[in-house]
Design a protein around this ligand. Sequence first.
Ligand code: MOS
Length: 731
Amino acid sequence: MSDSIIGAAVSRIDGPDKLTGRARYAGDFQPEGMVYAYGVYSTIARGRITGIDTTLAMRSPGVIDIFHHGRFPRLHRSPGTFAEENVVDEKRTPFEDDRIHYMGQFVALVVAETYEQARAAAYKVRVDYERDAQRAAATLAQGIEDNGVEHANDSERGDPAGAYDGAAYRVDAVYTTPVETHNPMETHATVAEWVDGRLRVFDSTQGVIFTRNTLSRVFDLDPSQVEVHADFIGSGFGGKLWVWPHCVATCAAAREVGRPVQFVLPRQQMFTTVGHRPETRQHVRLGADDDGRLLSIRHETINSSSPVGTVVEACGGSTQGLYACDNLRISHATAITNRGTPTAMRAPGAGVGLFALESAMDELAAELGIDPLELRRRNFTAHDQGADKPYSSNHLLECYDRAAEAFGWSRRTPEVGSMRDGDRILGWGMAACNWEAMRNPCDARVALRADGTASIHCASQDIGTGTYTILAQIASHELGLPLESIHVTLGDSTFPHGPISGGSWATATLLPAVAEASRAAIKKLKNYARNAASPLAGARGDSLVYDSGRLSDDSGRSATVAEILGAQSLANAVGEAHTGGAPDSGYSFDSFGVHFVEVAWEPEIAHLEVTRVVSAIDAGAIINAKSARNQVEGAVVMGLGSALLETTEYDERNARPVNSNYAEYLVPVNADMPDLDVILLDHPDYELNEFGARGIGEIGLTGMQAAVANAVYHATGRRVRDLPIMLDKLI
Ligand code: MOS
């Protein structure tokens, strides 16, 4: 058992709890006396509040209190640094002053006995505004025009301009990507209660520790006075990494009214006050020699940001080191728009950055008359020139081989519109994927228990990706106990310090800590085994051998965990561990992959369909073949949405997101699903951790939009450089 459990296609251990409704999400916690909050949101995007009249609303049934900038406690802005595990993207605290910076900003919070009463009263709050004389910048273009561009960072090697000028083949193109909005099934939700000056919060968060630290700063409390719980999360996609105003407002309101308060964000407000992937404009210039070797890469990005906090979308991050190229320039800049702050959304940076780079590579292949896959092979590098270090483990070439074989790429004919399936024109395109592999420090606690089971405790959380399950697998492997005997408890900030569920680093971070804590628990058990009351009393320490819940010594004696602990009336043998971040071993840690996409195009009826996707992913060792595949499949589906459907549209007259609902914000549905084939390479990367795992949440999204766009070009001859690829761009 212990050898096969790692890598096995184990079903989620929390699956039955989720399916039967036993799993409790933030909104399911209802402390005694809990009341409900509903927000009032600005209806202008730029200006100030001139008056708030709550008279009518206060008379509405069930209303307890209404908070706004004239009636709210003073809070502290969080300094928001990653090093302090404390990040906020919107720097303002709620209701800080009368300024309005974006449409949908919180201007008041109604607290009432029921949700319906709070909502009804919220509509009766009258807010008067004065618009600024200057218009609100609704789009990146307007933001650049009105507010200019602020440089964020750049890096350069060699002589990119000179090398470009001397290159035989060139591409010079601008790519744009729209605002995308996180739409996890579960909207943001906070339940806050104050007990004896301590703040206890049930929150839909990707980081219980970060949320605890942020709230402790905002409310000027010691972190030990704040408790954050997140047993189950209906996903987040980055939108739930950091604390947003609704959470702070709920905690403050609970203290003011002296009762627990629940605030579940309506879907519409997912589009205004809790982040989004910013709009980007990316200028890519490539220069290559006659053989297609890259002589120069320039990738210059401007993204939309906000007046209440600057967020940089690092589109050039992957461009630094994906291909061999001595002359390179990357730059990032922002322009202020009147939108809430953007934030990280699944694969921030590379997620849309590779749309530009990998589209440009396809354009270069067409210029050169070289097969796009062959062009990428010729520019492969095992050395990360961005960091000037070798990659710890890079199997991109094998990804190319295996996915191309499975897809049948060698049968591709290069001419546009040259491949057919009956009346349908087929287009075949491909693009590479890339994501940095990270690891952070972590603590964990593992206990061998007197009933023969084991428990794991860590202040991390499972956002739906399978974290509960892989931790049980690791402990099962280390302790030689069946999976059913391992109880994993996460989502509690009072547990040993664990990572956020973000950046695809939870797996690489958590596994070593849980393994080490398991071994520490065995060591503790061995100490107990030598005590007088133990069946193995007097055994020499180094003679004890642990195997599958049992200790043996060299005199032939043997006893189970239950017998050893039971004889001494001990409840458990507890092991704790602290493991470090990514080792400084002289390597760059990255995951790689490739997507091949087939589209079918019927020009007579203007119908485009993605019919096949084959992806090969090199993400180190695969810990759970089932949940890993789920992650890549989900990312591919999200990538299809990003390529073809997703866009948050802002009305240029008033900066309002107009499609702020599930009906008009389009995401792929079952009817859009192509045949998906995910190949997981499973080559352990032991430089990063003892299990060789690099994490797999984000890599599968990168490159997808370019693979689709390149397939669309091959079918239609239309080079769509502006996402999403809606039909108006094809006819
Ligand atoms: Mo991811 S954008 O780090 O949740």
